[in-house]
Design a protein around this ligand. Structure first.
Ligand code: FEH
Ligand code: ZN
Ligand code: ZN
Length: 357
């Protein structure tokens, strides 16, 4: 990389393929911080952005993709806060206004001014309308959005900022239902980049019995490696199997990392009365919420989105303790199109991570 330029995987037109190009080297001003990217994860949301049609998203193009980033602070603006030059960090991805009641407590994923930011086409964050980390360098608006990772390998650290954080926040959303009851069952639907981390987080932070469902044998093998007590392929009798494994009462919590019609139908079939359903995946499925209806009495439904800064610190801490290990498939940055194709065809085991080559 020449000093004045940075390589970047950019979306240059809606519906067009991302292209590996070059962009000017950013210079941090005021509170901004410049990161040398060491690893960037690939997410299904990247596919949604790549496939968006004109007008679907409140983003200006071109912009660089990549919202799951780890790297090293290489330059800070004069008013920068947070990690010092040379520190290795992960980048908190949902960039809010930084000053509303939600942002003030680190919940920028639920920024109260999101609609206004979207109206200004300010973007949701790195790689989401703002230049992201599928590049050699990433300019971050403020050091408040950086979490130190110490000596954690970048290929492990990057996925913590999105897959790990989203899984952790989803577990936190249903934690009330779990209590400390070892007889409580949690069902994880979809054991991909997020689901395999949710299994580990559930085993590390709860006493619940973890039951995993996927359509791929390889994913079930990964679920078992991550500590799931039981795994099954999705088939006609899966609901009956899961109900039997939960003593006939169903699961106190279901984490749906797929969000498709079939996964939501299964979730409703196996949710215990008073149970919690967290719909994390954006699989296009719909759920009718009516009374009386298919959902059990007392059911609580949530649509958790990403996570908070304090939760990202907790996720990094779990990784440092060896309680959270990301299954990764590595790709050189220049092979981003291949990685995107593999993710699109459901062939990635765990999380795809791009490394500057
Ligand atoms: C990011 C932006 C928009 C929708 C969903 C996402 C997730 O990938 C964040 O984890
Ligand atoms: Zn994502
Ligand atoms: Zn805000």
């Amino acid at each position: 990389m020449s000093t004045g330029r940075t390589r970047a995987v950019q979306l240059t037109r809606w519906g067009g393929p991302p292209i590996l190009t070059e962009a000017p080297r950013p210079t941090p001003t005021a509170e901004e911080v410049l990161i040398q990217v060491e690893a960037v994860g690939l997410c299904r949301s990247d596919l949604h952005v790549i496939d968006a049609r004109p007008g679907d998203l409140p983003y200006r193009i071109p912009f660089t993709l990549g919202h799951e980033v780890a790297g090293r602070v290489v330059r800070r603006g004069p008013l920068a806060v947070g990690p010092a030059t040379g520190e290795r960090v992960v980048v908190y991805g949902p960039w809010g206004c930084g000053s509303c009641a939600r942002c003030a407590v680190g919940a920028e994923n639920y920024c109260d001014r999101r609609a206004a930011l979207d109206a200004d086409r300010a973007g949701t964050g790195a790689g989401l309308g703002r230049d992201g980390g599928m590049a050699d360098l990433l300019l971050v608006p403020s050091g408040r959005l950086l979490v130190p990772v110490g000596d954690l390998a970048a290929v492990q650290a990057a996925p913590l900022s999105d897959a790990g954080l989203t899984a952790y926040h989803a577990v936190a959303t249903v934690r009330r239902a779990l209590g400390d009851d070892p007889a409580a069952s949690v069902i994880v639907l979809g054991v991909g980049g997020l689901g395999h981390l949710a299994v580990q987080i559930l085993r590390a932070t709860t006493n619940a019995q973890v039951l995993a469902v996927d359509v791929r044998e390889a994913a079930l093998a990964l679920a078992e490696e991550c500590g799931a007590h039981f795994g099954t392929l999705l088939q006609p009798d899966t609901a009956a199997t899961l109900r039997r494994l939960t003593g006939g009462v169903g699961a106190v919590a279901v984490l749906d990392f797929v969000g498709s019609r079939s996964s939501l139908e299964l979730a409703v079939d196996v949710l215990r009365t008073g149970g919690e359903l967290a719909v994390v995946g954006s699989g296009g499925g719909e759920l009718a919420v009516r009374k009386p209806g298919a959902l059990p009495p007392g059911a609580r439904i949530s649509l958790p989105f990403w996570g908070t800064l304090p939760e990202l610190e907790a996720v990094v801490s779990l990784a440092h303790k060896g309680l959270l290990t990301v299954e990764v498939e590595r790709f050189p940055l220049s092979s981003a199109p291949e990685a995107i194709a593999r993710l699109r065809s459901d062939e990635v085991r765990g999380r795809a991570v791009l490394l500057p080559d």
